[in-house]
Design a protein around this ligand. Sequence first.
Ligand code: SAM
Length: 216
Amino acid sequence: MRLRNVTGSREVIAENEYVVQDEKELKGKWKEFFGNDNPIFIEIGMGKGTFIMECARQNPDINYIGIEKYSSVLIRAIEKRQLEPELNNLFFIRMDAEEIEEVFEKGEVDYIYLNFSDPWPKARTAKRRLTSDRFLSRYINILAEEGGITFKTDNKDLFEYSVETAEECGWRIKKITRDLHNSEYMEGNIMTEYEKKFSQLGNKINMMQYFPPLSK
Ligand code: SAM
């Protein structure tokens, strides 16, 4: 994601009705926030929000929260979101996912999407990868009992690292493909912005769906 400073984006975000401002205060109260008992799905690192907006359109009985670290990117998602005020199941949070356990209670999140997460290729920054063991432990602390993750990327090294990490941490891989667009899992697939871009360049898309270790 190219990061250009977008003038005034912080101010717009601070006042926007679709951006949750007091996310840590809502820990344990997200059902109350949405005003219903519907499941809560989140996308971490949603970028400009193309994927999560389509999810929200297709699934009015699921509540969606898009998480993005950078104001300059989030502002683009907000611009699109404002064109569809009828969607009442989609909100955004500007935050670093490092703090995810301060925002959601154990069991509060039913599903997590990680789409085209930043690869952080250098070993010394590996802990920032959203599929690292540090992040997997955090996800266990927010996911519901049946909850899981779908991870997509065109980056082969990041994908193999993520598969190994999942296995080492005892996660159960239920679906895996190194060529999603020519696989049985393509039906119902919602393309992300990066997925469109990289598949048009001829890159294969990797996908893994996985679930936390069964608790003893
Ligand atoms: N998911 C989108 C897609 O597939 O088109 C965007 C992919 S983009 C490569 C990754 C996004 O994740 C960027 O917008 C980046 O700012 C965001 N991101 C990376 N690390 C993050 C973190 N720790 N917390 C929240 N967002 C993060």
